[in-house]
Design a protein around this ligand. Structure first.
Ligand code: ISL
Length: 569
């Protein structure tokens, strides 16, 4: 294998810095806190750290609203701390991937301040400014240039009182969208990216990067519920998206002395699009984050809860495995800072917390693609027991609550959806030990620590050989040592089974069989085990294994939430 595709055998660990480790007692995590915890990551064995935004920011959207791309927010530390983190990671053989948020800036970024200052500003065209809709009075509902709803509720346009014009913001009003049609904008972004690469960083995770090319006619969207329309067909995977990414590759990534890792976060991306985005010959990005499997438990929006459906999950994941088998590459994730905790979502966070957390890890890490571990996932961290709206901090949750209640929804139902789906579930502090704030801070944490930290914490998990942590460590090691895990073909089994998830992987003369029982009952997997009698048990989450081993072939029985991996030649 060449250095060109080192990332195919890699595992990425996401750090959400505000909630990882606080070194100075202000209740918010920081870079020095992270530097102090690198042993944990090294022991886990991950190859890359993806760092969520640490740039100067008014923190309207927890750092995804950036006011200076080339510095560090004092809350998180200094550029010198960042350099030290980078050096410390490199010394330990790990790489650093930065978050690149360039669909929008903060409204406090000097570019936007300048753009807003006058319709004649040389930077006016760096953002999407439009007059009120013809025949309307600016500032009144309906006068917005389009009917689009923002991802964070309410109209996607805000009026600037001074000029009377509106600016576009697909997210909060403090996150104005950059106009990528303007070549100066693209140049400014590329030069900023080169600056980070010259500093030594190893990759970029590109925030909502498939939203940067808009349909310049800005047509209205279809109105489904309420009064606002769905603008997404006019902004997702827009007409120039491939052109922009290829240009970025040429201008920034091509010809470097090392292979830079790129992953595009792409809500609404289809497999057909992903094949184009990740085809190595097209030189756009190495992989994308799809959202399709995150949608299997919602109806129209993420707030309309559906029960977990294993068949739906398998159908989606299976299609992506197949779709990117010949060309392109998958990213694999259950969790990030925008998703509720997977063990509370697809597993059983009560009686079978550890068992289901290790099952979920096994299933994900044995797929073909690059796995991402979100901080705390390797401990089996769970959703927080939120009660009232005052417990939430996330702008998406707060805005949705306000908008839904205004439209007449039952507040108790809105809260029920937030408890299960709010992004704050992912954002409670990392649980290091059993002490009052879980070893995260000596001060008051910005979001409370989950009360289960007395049991679920890194100190306890690293000391226990049978923990979720050590299971994840073994999964990561397996990817590093057994080429079939990274490079083997993937075949899904049991297409219609609502309980057992099973598949095989194969490379040359080696074949793996993975079987996982997504239920709290003992079951028998309906698999044809001919030829597996002498298989070796590589990994399992039930001690001492389900009877598989030399002279003790596995007969297809699975304990509650049991997952196992067999290998044959
Ligand atoms: O959180 C979501 C899932 O419901 C999405 O609406 C989310 O906002 C979308 O996936 C884009 O996410 C990224 O960009 C946002 C930021 O708030 C998220 O944290 C980030 O991951 C805007 O920058």
């Amino acid at each position: 294998r060449t250095d060109e595709d080192w990332w195919r055998t890699a595992v990425v660990y996401q750090v959400y810095p505000r909630s990882f480790a606080d070194s100075d007692g202000d209740g918010i995590g920081d870079l020095r806190g992270l530097i102090g915890r690198l042993d944990h990551l090294e022991q886990l064995g991950v190859d890359v750290v993806w760092l969520s935004p640490i740039y100067p920011s008014p923190q309207d959207d927890a750092g995804y609203d950036i006011s200076d791309y080339q510095d560090v927010d004092p809350t998180f530390g200094t550029l010198a701390d960042l350099d030290e983190l980078l050096a410390a990671l490199h010394r330990r053989g790990m790489r650093l991937m930065m978050d690149l948020v360039v669909n929008h800036t903060s409204d406090e970024h000097p570019w936007f301040v300048e753009s807003r200052s006058s319709p004649d500003s040389p930077k006016r065209d760096w953002y999407w400014w439009r007059p009120p809709r013809k025949g309307t009075v600016g500032g009144t509902p309906g006068a917005e240039p389009t009917n689009w709803e923002s991802f964070f509720s309410g109209p996607a346009w805000t009026r600037d009182e001074e000029s009377g014009d509106y600016y576009l913001h697909l997210f909060s009003r403090k996150q104005p969208d950059l106009n990528w049609e303007n070549p100066e904008v693209r140049d400014a972004v590329y030069s900023m990216m080169r600056w980070w690469l010259d500093r030594g960083v190893d990759g970029f995770r590109m925030d909502v990067i498939n939203l940067i090319s808009k349909d310049v006619d800005l047509p209205d969207g279809i109105v489904r519920a309420g009064v606002l329309g769905d603008g997404t067909p006019h902004v997702m995977n827009g007409p120039r998206i491939h052109e922009f990414l290829a240009e970025m590759h040429r201008e920034v990534l091509h010809g470097r002395d090392r292979k830079i890792l790129t992953v595009g976060e792409m809500p609404g991306v289809t497999i057909e699009e992903a094949q184009l985005f990740t085809d190595p010959d097209r030189r756009e990005v190495d992989m994308v984050f799809t959202f399709e499997h995150m949608g299997v438990d919602h109806a129209h929006t993420k707030w309309d809860l559906l029960p977990f459906d294993l068949v739906a999950l398998r159908t989606v994941l299976g299609r992506w495995q197949e779709g990117l088998a010949e060309v392109g590459w998958n990213s694999l994730y259950w969790n990030n800072h925008d998703q509720p905790r997977v063990v509370s979502r697809f597993g059983d966070a009560g009686r079978w917390r550890e068992r289901s957390a290790t099952l979920l890890g096994t299933v994900l890490h044995l797929h073909r693609g690059t796995p991402y571990v979100y901080q705390g996932e390797e401990l089996g961290m769970t959703n927080y027991p939120f009660v009232g709206i005052e417990d939430f901090r996330d702008i998406e949750s707060l805005n949705h609550h306000r908008a839904a209640v205004e439209l007449g929804a039952d507040p108790e139902q809105v809260l029920a959806a937030l408890r299960s789906r709010s992004r704050d579930n992912a954002r409670t502090p990392m649980q290091w030990d059993a002490s009052p704030h879980a070893g995260f801070t000596t001060g008051t944490p910005w979001l409370p620590v989950n009360p289960d930290h007395t049991e679920v914490n890194a100190e306890a998990a690293t000391a226990d050989h049978g923990s979720v942590f050590h299971h994840y460590r073994r999964l990561i090691e397996l990817r590093h040592t057994d080429p079939v895990v990274a490079h083997g073909d993937f075949t899904m089994l049991l297409a219609d089974d609502g309980t057992v998830y099973a598949f095989t992987r194969s490379l040359d003369d080696v074949e793996l069989l993975v079987a996982a029982n997504f239920s709290g009952e003992r079951v028998r997997a309906d698999l044809d085990l001919t030829g597996w009698a002498d298989a070796e048990l590589v990994l399992g989450n039930v001690e001492p294994g389900a009877g598989a081993g030399p002279g003790m072939p596995w007969e297809g029985n699975l304990e509650p939430w049991e997952a196992l991996v067999l290998r044959r030649r």
